[in-house]
Design a protein around this ligand. Structure first.
Ligand SMILES: Nc1ncnc2c1ncn2[C@@H]1O[C@H](COP(=O)(O)OP(=O)(O)OP(=O)(O)O)[C@@H](O)[C@H]1O
Ligand SMILES: [Mg+2]
Length: 229
C-alpha cells in the first residue's frame, strides 16, 4: 500500500493471491503514520474507509501484522443486521446498504472503545461471510491495547445513524484503488464465497456499486487517501 494524494498514479496488481497469509507488508510510510498516532499516548482509533472491495479488510490485517499486540481490528461489518432480520425487513436484496447495519450499536461500541476502563475487556462482533451473519463476542479488546483499527464503508457517512462515527476516529484513511481493479477483485471475492460468476458480476455492479457511489461522497472527509498498490 502506498499513501499518496489524489494525483498519484496507482499501480494495481490484478490477480494477486486472495490468501491472507500472503498479504504484502504495511507500507513504511503508513507504519510511521501509525507510530506518530500512538506517540500521542492513550487509546487511539484509526478508521479505514472506502467502497466495497477497496481493500479495507486487507489493510486492517496489514496494520495488525505490523503492530502485533499493540493493535486490534474491529470491523464495522460485525454490525450487519442478521440475515433473518434483513429478510423480515425486506432488505436482504440490498445487504450492505447503510440501513442494513446496526449503526447505533456500532457507535455505542466505538464510544466504549474510545474510553477504555482499566482491566475491562470489550468484546466486539465479527461478520462471518461463510455464515452470512455476525458472531457476537468474537473480538476481544483488552483495555491496554493502544490502537483500535476499525474498517468499513460508512465510517464517514453523515446519515443513517453513522454521523457520530467520524468524531470518534483519531484519523481516517480512505482507500482508493483504481475502480476497474476494485471491481475485478470484488467479483472474484463474491465468487470465492459461493456466488456464480453471473451473480457475482450482477451484485458487484448492482447493489455494491450503489453503495460505492455513496461511500465516494464521503471521501473529502478523510484525513488521508491511500492508493493500494
Ligand atoms: N493489494 C492487493 N492485491 C491483490 N488482491 C487484493 C489486494 N488488496 C485486496 N485484495 C483482494 O481484493 C478483495 C477485496 O479486498 P478486501 O476484502 O480487503 O476489501 P474490503 O474493502 O474489505 O471489501 P468489503 O467492503 O466488501 O468488505 C479481497 O479478495 C482481497 O484479497
Ligand atoms: Mg472487508
Amino acid at each position: 500500500m502506498t499513501a499518496t494524494d489524489d494525483a498519484a498514479a496507482a499501480s494495481p496488481a490484478l490477480g494477486a493471491p486472495l490468501d491472507a497469509s500472503r498479504d504484502a507488508a504495511l507500507d513504511p510510510a503508513l507504519v510511521d503514520r501509525v507510530e506518530a498516532l500512538l506517540a500521542r499516548g492513550g487509546r487511539r482509533v484509526l478508521g479505514l474507509v472506502g467502497p466495497p472491495g477497496a481493500g479495507k479488510t486487507t489493510l486492517g490485517r496489514q496494520v495488525r501484522a505490523a503492530f502485533g499486540d499493540r493493535a486490534v481490528v474491529v470491523p464495522m461489518d460485525g454490525f450487519h443486521l442478521a440475515q433473518s432480520e434483513l429478510e423480515r425487513l425486506g432488505r436482504a436484496d440490498r445487504k450492505g446498504a447503510p440501513d442494513t447495519f446496526d449503526a447505533a450499536g456500532f457507535v455505542a461500541l466505538l464510544r466504549r472503545l474510545r474510553d477504555p476502563q482499566p482491566g475491562e475487556v470489550v468484546y466486539a462482533p465479527e461478520y462471518r461471510r461463510d455464515l452470512r451473519n455476525g458472531v457476537a463476542g468474537a473480538i476481544a479488546v483488552p483495555s491496554d491495547v493502544p490502537l483500535v483499527v476499525t474498517e468499513g464503508n460508512y465510517l464517514l457517512l453523515d446519515d443513517h445513524g453513522f454521523a457520530p462515527v467520524a468524531g470518534l476516529l483519531d484519523e481516517s484513511w480512505y482507500l482508493a484503488p483504481a475502480d476497474d481493479v476494485r471491481l475485478a477483485r470484488l467479483v472474484a471475492r463474491h465468487e470465492q464465497y459461493g456466488k456464480s460468476p453471473q451473480a457475482a458480476h450482477a451484485w458487484s455492479h448492482g447493489p455494491d456499486e450503489r453503495n460505492a457511489a455513496l461511500v465516494a461522497t464521503t471521501r473529502p472527509r478523510a484525513t488521508l487517501v491511500v492508493r493500494p498498490a
